[in-house]
Structures are given as structure tokens and as C-alpha cells.
Design a binder for this molecule. Structure first.
Ligand code: ADP
Ligand code: MG
Length: 394
């Protein structure tokens, strides 16, 4: 039996690497529970940095900054999945409790490593990665299996919100696409015939307890999440059970402490394949903020503070609508104006969350609205009504 460390109690500082919207919502959850928060981000204008008790403006690998963070915080987590593993290792060597650990974060940072891991997971759960091959050198391009086409070429690192991806119709397009990516390591994935997409959100505590939220059904537009609906309207109960069991097995297998999201594709033939893993709270889990007993950010606080986890129970059906910077430019390409939030709030079931980003840009995530309802259909109707108030296409 390993000696367990004591919980880190409210009043203490918790640290977060990354100051984006996920860091901001983490900060709000931590502060609500009586913690102080230290945010480290290379960007001076960061949504989390502007509300935290302490903001360290530095690169993730800045040793002086990491030492400052370590002197303040007994525990650090990450909101940005591309935080260099060495920053997490450095904090750990300075005596900080880092949750999730760097090896878990690294796994999700590189699509090649992630796919390899998902292939081993398939042995246990029968859910594997999308058919793919690795493109690292010219010979890989020459030998790319034709049965993967039509395909998607994805850079191994730094992709998000559909960035770092190219659709390829035939194998003849591959070399040019890889050249365009600067010949960096990539994975070539078969473009799957999706029926719909879902994600599983699981949390593992320091005490080894594992909890799961109900699975959300996600709609993407241009590679960016558009809506998440819970309970997942198209998912069969047996499929949901299988997905949750597999996600729980995965989080234990990698000895992960914290919040983890796994995205899945449900194919037209009913098969389930795993798309990718996020080692942090996830956009598709924002519904938990208003529709569950404990939000994903509260769970991040609890797990990194070595506290017992909270209840994941869904209190009401919900549909989350993402708010992109595009909304600020309705009718005008270059003149940004504030969307009509009063109209959104004329729907009493709509819960508005804005991230305090000062500059709206097309495709930039600026906020979200959780639309609750007494039934799944009502939640979706409320979501459609809010979307229409904002001029978002149905
Ligand atoms: P990101 O890191 O940008 O979220 P994803 O790999 O999750 O990258 O891709 C974003 C979206 O693109 C997915 O949610 C899905 O809608 C679509 N997509 C990605 N890969 C495939 C694929 N192999 N087949 C079909 N659709 C895909
Ligand atoms: Mg994704």
C-alpha cells in the first residue's frame, strides 16, 4: 500500500498551465470552492490570467517562472494539451503534485503515439482507432495503402479545431499535401462514413475512484464543435454502456488522475471507433456546468486537490451551443459588434457563458450557451431557438 498524500484544502493555491477558456472556467470553479489560482500563459491577454489571483506571464518552459509557480502551488494541472512535457516534469521535480502526469499528457499530444495506444486498448475493449497509417518519410507516402482513401491527412502534433488537417480524395494528392505541411510527421486516416459523433468524459481521483458523465452527442461544423446534446439522442443504451466501460478502462490503464475526454465515431453499420483523447476538460463537457451535480471543472479541482470526486448525475437534458467569433461579424466582414445577448437571455432555460476574450475572430471560441429542457427534444428546441436569435444557421 502506497502512502497517500493529504488533500490540498481550500485557501491554498492551485496552478494551471494555460490561460484560455478552459483555464478560466477551471479558475472560476476553484475560486468558488475557496481556492486561489495561479495561471501561467505565454499570452499577456489571457481569459484565465485576467481573473486569477496570480498570473505568471511566461513561456511554458521558462524555469524561473515554473519555480515561481512551484513555490506557490502544491498542485498543478493543465488546460492546454500542448504544454511541453518537460514543463510538467520540471514542476514534478520541484515537488509539485502534477495531475495528469506528463506521460498521460504526452500520449494525447502526438497522434502517432495516441493511435498506437488506442490500438493496444482495442485488445481489451474491442474499440480501436480509425484505420490509418503513419507518414514520416517519403517511402511512407509511396506505400500509403489505397484503401485508406478518401482520407484525411493530419499533422501528428498541434492540431485542434480541425486545424492541421487536409482532405484527400486519392493517393495522388498525398505527396503535395504532405509537402504543404512541411513534411512533418503525420497520420493518414481513412475518412469514415459517420452516422454521428459522441464523446465520453471520465474522471479519476487520487483515491483511484473513477466516475463517468453521460455520453454527449456532438455535431461539428468545419471541424469545430457546434453542439453537444445529452443524453445522446441517437446512441443505443448498449453502445453507451460499452463506451463508458471502455473509457473507464482507459483512464485506469494509464493511471491518470484528472478529467479525460475520448471522442468516438459511430459508423453507419453501428461500429464504434475511437477518434482522439483530450487530457483535460473538454468543450463537449461544458454541459456539465449547468446540467450536472458537479461540473467537469469542479472535478478537475477535486482530483488535483486530492479530494473525493463529485457526483456526475445529469439533472436535466441539455444542448450546448458553441459561440464563435463569427457572431460578432454578422452582416459585416470587418466591423465587430456585440451579439444580442439580451435575446439569448429572453430564453429562461438558456445559460450564457462568455470567456472574456477581447478580440473576436472568425472561428474563435468566444463562449457557449447551455440550453436546458425537460426532455431531449425540448433542450434541442431551446438550443435551436437560441441559435436562431443569434442568426446561426440551423
Ligand atoms: P481536432 O483535434 O481538430 O478536434 P479531430 O481529429 O477530432 O481533430 O477532427 C475534427 C473533426 O473532423 C471530427 O470531430 C470529425 O467531425 C471530423 N473527422 C476527423 N477525422 C475524421 C475521419 N477519419 N473520418 C471522418 N471524419 C473525421
Ligand atoms: Mg477532436
Amino acid at each position: 500500500m502506497v502512502d497517500r498524500l493529504a488533500p490540498i484544502l481550500p485557501g491554498s493555491y492551485l496552478g494551471i498551465l494555460g490561460g484560455g477558456q478552459l483555464g478560466r472556467m477551471f479558475t472560476q470553479a476553484a475560486q468558488a470552492m475557496g481556492y486561489k489560482v495561479c495561471v501561467l500563459d505565454p499570452d499577456l491577454d489571457s481569459p484565465a490570467g485576467s481573473i486569477a489571483e496570480k498570473f505568471i506571464h511566461a513561456q511554458y518552459t521558462d524555469l524561473v517562472a515554473l519555480k515561481e509557480m512551484a513555490s506557490l502551488c502544491a498542485s498543478v494541472s493543465t488546460e492546454f494539451e500542448n504544454v511541453p512535457a518537460q514543463a510538467l516534469d520540471e514542476l514534478e521535480s520541484l515537488g509539485v503534485f502534477v495531475a495528469p502526469r506528463s506521460s498521460c499528457v504526452s500520449l494525447a499530444q502526438n497522434r502517432v503515439a495516441e493511435k498506437k495506444f488506442l490500438a493496444t486498448w482495442k485488445v481489451e475493449t474491442n474499440i480501436g482507432p480509425v484505420p490509418h497509417c503513419v507518414i514520416e518519410r517519403e517511402a511512407d507516402v509511396e506505400h500509403a495503402p489505397v484503401e485508406l482513401f478518401p482520407a484525411i491527412l493530419k499533422t501528428a502534433r498541434m492540431g485542434y479545431d480541425g486545424k492541421g488537417q487536409m482532405n484527400l480524395d486519392t493517393v495522388n494528392d498525398l505527396l503535395a499535401a504532405w509537402n504543404e505541411f512541411g513534411r512533418v510527421p503525420c497520420v493518414l486516416e481513412k475518412r469514415m462514413d459517420l452516422d454521428f459523433e459522441v464523446s465520453a468524459l471520465v474522471v479519476r481521483g487520487y483515491d483511484d475512484a473513477v466516475v463517468a458523465y453521460p455520453v454527449s452527442q456532438n455535431i461539428h461544423r468545419n471541424g469545430i464543435l457546434h453542439t453537444s446534446t445529452v443524453p445522446a439522442p441517437s446512441l443505443k443504451p448498449l453502445q453507451e454502456k460499452k463506451i463508458i466501460e471502455a473509457a473507464k478502462a482507459l483512464i485506469c490503464k494509464i493511471d491518470y488522475v484528472g478529467v479525460l475526454c475520448i471522442e468516438f465515431f459511430i459508423l453507419k453499420n453501428g461500429d464504434i471507433v475511437a477518434n482522439e483523447i483530450a487530457p483535460r476538460p473538454h468543450n463537449s463537457g461544458h454541459f456539465t456546468m449547468d446540467a450536472c451535480v458537479s461540473s467537469q471543472f469542479e472535478q478537475q479541482v477535486r482530483s488535483m486537490a486530492r479530494l473525493p470526486l463529485g457526483d456526475t448525475r445529469l439533472l436535466a437534458p441539455v444542448s450546448m451551443l458553441n459561440l464563435l467569433g463569427d457572431l460578432w461579424f454578422e452582416g459585416s466582414e470587418d466591423l465587430a459588434k456585440e451579439p444580442a445577448w439580451d435575446k439569448v437571455l429572453s430564453h429562461p432555460d438558456a445559460k450564457l457563458h462568455l470567456y472574456g476574450k477581447t478580440v473576436p475572430r472568425m472561428g474563435r471560441k468566444m463562449g457557449h450557451v447551455n440550453c436546458l429542457g425537460e426532455s431531449i427534444n425540448q433542450a434541442r428546441q431551446n438550443c435551436a431557438a437560441v441559435a436562431s436569435e443569434l442568426g446561426i444557421e440551423p
